[in-house]
Design a protein around this ligand. Structure first.
Ligand code: NAD
Length: 397
């Protein structure tokens, strides 16, 4: 299948990398953007990226030339998709723009072509509804930078067919990616779980449970996470995290996804993290910033309850995803390990044991009274099994 034609529409931060991924693996690629200037910019980004790979000796000069020769460039979507078996749309995150691109692609691509969107937050079902082939439409959510990140989320909308999903998975595995599958819900797998956890960390901080530095340090030292939640939010951008949480909250109605008040306040104040020079931490390297962080105060810390206070609700969310048949344990493990370099959640549940996890989550639920903290039925069932460890192993398959 590596000789099939892949059309990539929108050659920005993501599209240029996606085009590189498919061309590198041997596909003929058509790179599409809406005018000559944008096309030249995308082409420049891609060329620079493969030049870097040659400089680092990850690719030979011959491979570079062959890769670039496999790509053609056009500003015409109808022409660009005409021979494609897969169309990947990566234009700006705008529902109307994406719908109009999909209408065009549907009209001009071969009848059996798959149409995929790289959207991070829009409804795949809504985009599919703009076409006459909703069974052949799905989300293929690459992570940034696409040539480097192995993880890809494949998102099935209500009408996406099994055959379309299988073909997309086969194509993605063929280009060296590790795809995981879920259905069409805000945040998909990785961002849903990650942002829920980050939001919870902000709540613990704003409510005076522990200070920022302690939470960050303990999540690294005790939970084995690559960085603390506040350091990570400063990297992601507080505005990005805030708006993604707001979308999840709008969809689920679960108050745990309502952006923590502090997160919203900092966003409104323009304290967006590294990119603005100040977020949860000051980042003087990005500009002239005040020397003291906005809330650099000592708070009484119940350290011994951390990191369980953060990890248990996150693991409860993980089990909720499985309970709702949203994603499989193995795909969730892959997603969190590859996407966030976090320990595989099912390894952590196994290590802790369902009984201890249930006990911790019950205590958090009792203390907070938050319906979203109610232990999932699946957790309760696992803990009540004759052999909880064996029940968990069976669930993992
Ligand atoms: N940036 C990320 O980290 C990231 C990660 C995963 C998914 N995404 C998603 O990928 C998509 C693209 O994001 P991005 O960050 O690459 O955006 P971007 O702004 O860098 O690039 C968008 C590209 O689309 C082009 N474009 C706009 N209108 C067009 C049209 N009518 N026809 C053809 N091309 C057109 C623009 O010229 C630009 O090159 C979005 O849906 C975003 O949510 C982004």
């Amino acid at each position: 299948m590596t000789d099939s034609v892949v059309a990539v529409i929108g050659l920005g931060a993501m599209g240029a990398g996606i085009a590189e991924v498919f061309a590198k693996a041997g596909h003929s690629v058509v790179g599409i953007d809406y005018n000559d200037e944008a096309l030249a910019r995308g082409r420049g980004v891609l060329t620079k990226s493969v030049d870097r790979a040659v400089a680092k000796e990850k690719m030979t000069a011959e491979e570079r030339t062959a890769l670039l020769d496999r790509i053609t460039w056009t500003t015409s979507t109808p022409d660009g998709v005409r021979e494609a078996s897969l169309v990947v749309e990566a234009v700006n995150e705008n529902q109307d723009l994406k719908a109009s691109i999909f209408r065009q692609a549907d009209e001009h691509a071969p009848a059996d072509a798959i149409l995929a969107t790289n959207t991070s937050s829009l409804s795949i079902a809504g985009i599919a509804a703009a076409t006459n082939r909703p069974a052949q439409v799905l989300g293929i959510h690459f992570f940034n930078p696409a040539p480097v990140q192995k993880l890809v989320e494949v998102i099935r909308a209500p009408r996406t067919s099994d055959a379309t999903t299988e073909r997309a998975l086969e194509l993605l595995r063929g280009v060296g990616k590790s795809p995981i599958v879920c259905t069409d819900r805000a945040g998909f797998i990785v961002n849903y779980l990650l942002l829920g956890y980050l939001n919870h960390a902000v709540r613990l901080y704003q409510d005076g449970f522990a200070d920022r530095d302690t939470i960050d340090a303990l999540m690294v030292e005790k939970a084995g996470y690559p960085m603390g939640p506040f350091t990570l939010m400063d990297m992601i951008g507080l505005d990005v995290a805030e708006s993604a949480l707001a979308r999840m909250h709008a969809e689920t109605g679960d108050r745990l996804h309502a952006p923590a008040a502090l997160l919203t306040q900092l966003t409104i104040a323009g304290m967006l993290g590294r990119k603005s020079g100040e977020g949860f931490y000051p980042h003087p390297e990005a500009g002239d910033q005040s020397a003291v962080a906005w809330a650099d105060v000592d708070l009484p810390t119940r350290e011994d309850e951390l990191p369980m206070k953060l990890v248990a609700p996150y693991l409860n969310d993980v089990l909720g995803m499985v309970e709702r048949r949203y994603a499989t344990p193995s795909d969730i493990d892959t997603g969190m390990a590859l996407g966030c370099r976090m320990p595989k959640p099912f390894d952590v549940i196994a290590e802790m044991g369902p009984v201890a996890l249930l006990e911790a989550q019950r205590a958090i639920y009792a203390e907070s009274g938050e319906p979203g903290h109610r232990p999932t039925q699946l957790l309760t069932k696992l803990a009540a099994a004759d052999d909880p460890a064996a029940a968990l192993a069976a669930l993992r398959g």
